[in-house]
Write a protein that binds this ligand. Structure first.
Ligand code: PLP
Length: 469
């Protein structure tokens, strides 16, 4: 299995090569040259597997340059009941009205980013050790991604993490989660500014090619193919737990922002998993909902991107969307390149002539949810079932209900636990959400964070002083 760029300008590379890279050199994203296929018989033979062994089976189709014994060791180290507080790693719970909840948030940071990041932590350490090199991950976070990366990479050999966060702008729980880590290879940098300014510093440092190569800067952002591949696993797992026989169809509803999570569902479907519908749910920032409704993709400028109560879906452009469009236009790299070249100039592109295929060929439907919907959904679901969901998952539940079909299980992906967004839970129910028992006194632990002005030179000096060499 080799990987090429969606824009056609990259010689085919192995999984381990693209693992350590960000964008392809032509600005495109890495995708498999051909997608592996899983037959109904193979799928049936996977029914009894643990999550870790299922992850091995699925990931071995993508990471063909890692020997099987090594890969199995990595997935068994990543997906343990000690790291994920569920024996089944990803529990499936029935709700009401034909819905079930696929629990992707049992990991250390209580959000679905842990699912891919825990594997990434293992495979990064493995590949770096094999190549005898080191890596300094530099990133900016407004919450979920940064903490998931830190928990996955803490204590790992050959890698250090420098994570910028906006000083005073994360929830007390999110701050405690990141800043209480005492590992020598984890560096929290709180800059006096907003997330976008922190992100600009990261982009500027990564754009300084001399600095980048001298300090071997790396990234773990959502365009990393290894993350997409690791997420494919839980679509297979969800299908296996929700069905009893071959060919039975299941739909998935996915709270979406950067199009990373649901892209993995699309890949699973293309590999032969019997998925009927992929229900894409957005919040008020409905760039993607609009595309699947109209065929027009119109990313929004930052000033038209609202701060909502499902903040991890507040995106203006969907980084991973290019990989879906690549399939949509028949894997025509010239067409993808032309679309993304014209996008900054035109501000939008129009694929409405293909609109018929979105559902008939790819199973995609979409809907949007608002703050009022979110609160009402949290309340109604809690009253009816006793299950408390977080605001992002509530967006998924709200839109999922619009597409339920008799006899077809609808699995809503739980992208975070309610304790992580307790302010909104309090608004919905009049009382906060309690964190899991083992995290009850997280906020009283000592914190380790470097607070600095929001300027590139200070961050640069800090990295120079603390980078892994
Ligand atoms: C990241 C995130 C999302 C959005 O996922 P994408 O892969 O960006 O579409 C939704 N909910 C939560 C809680 C998240 O952390």
């Amino acid at each position: 299995m080799k990987y090429i760029s969606t824009r056609g300008g990259m010689a085919p590379l192995e999984f381990s090569d693209i693992l350590l890279e960000g964008l392809a050199p032509d600005g495109g994203l890495a995708v498999p040259q051909t997608l592996p296929q899983v037959t109904a018989d193979t799928l049936e033979s996977w029914r009894g597997l643990s999550y870790a062994d299922l992850a091995f089976e699925v990931l071995s189709l993508f990471a063909t340059d890692i020997p099987a014994d090594d890969l199995r060791r990595l997935t068994r180290a990543a997906y343990t009941p000690q790291i994920f507080s569920s024996e089944d790693i990803v529990p499936l719970r029935p709700l009401d009205g034909g819905l079930s909840l696929l629990g992707l948030s049992e990991g250390p940071t209580l959000a679905f980013k842990d699912m891919a990041m825990q594997f990434l932590g293992q495979v990064f350490e493995y590949v770096l050790e094999k190549r005898g090199t080191t890596l300094n991950i530099v990133g900016a976070t407004s919450g979920d991604t940064g903490s998931a990366a830190e928990y996955a990479l803490r204590g790992k050999k050959g890698v250090a993490v420098f994570m910028l966060s906006p000083h005073g702008r994360m929830s007390a729980f999110q701050r405690a989660q990141m800043y209480s880590l005492q590992d020598e290879n984890i560096h929290n940098i709180a800059v006096r500014g907003v997330f976008d300014q922190a992100q600009d510093i990261v982009k500027s440092l990564a754009g300084d090619l001399d600095f980048k190569s001298r300090y071997r800067l790396g990234a773990v952002n959502s365009i990393n193919w290894a993350r997409i591949a690791a997420q494919v696993v839980y679509y297979f797992h969800g299908w296996l737990r929700a069905t009893e026989r071959a060919g039975q169809q299941v739909s998935f509803a996915v709270p979406s922002g950067n199009f990373g999570n649901i892209l993995s569902g699309h890949i699973a479907r293309r590999m032969g998993l019997p998925i009927r519908r992929l229900v894409l749910a957005t919040n008020e920032n409905n760039v993607l909902e609009e595309f699947f409704r109209t065929g027009v993709y119109r990313p929004r400028p930052a000033e038209q991107t609202y701060a909502t109560s499902s903040p991890s879906m507040d995106i203006s452009r969907a980084s991973n969307f290019e990989r879906f469009v690549f399939d949509l236009v028949g894997r025509d790299t010239d067409r993808v390149k032309a679309l993304w070249t014209a996008l900054p100039r035109d501000g939008a592109f129009d694929l409405s002539d293909m609109k018929d295929q979105f559902e008939s060929q790819y199973g995609f439907v979409s809907g949007a949810s608002s703050h009022v919907d979110r609160l009402a959904t949290i309340r109604a679901l809690y009253d009816a079932t006793g299950v408390l969901v977080d605001p992002h998952t509530a967006d998924g539940v709200k839109v999922a209900r619009e597409f339920v079909e008799p006899g077809i299980p609808m699995l809503v992906l739980e992208t975070a636990l309610p304790a992580k967004f307790s302010e909104t839970i309090e608004e919905a129910l009049g009382r906060p959400a309690t964190p899991p028992g083992n995290l009850a006194d997280l906020e009283s632990l000592p914190q380790r964070v470097e607070v600095m002005d929001c300027d590139e030179a200070s961050v640069r000096r800090f990295i120079e002083a603390h980078a892994k060499v």
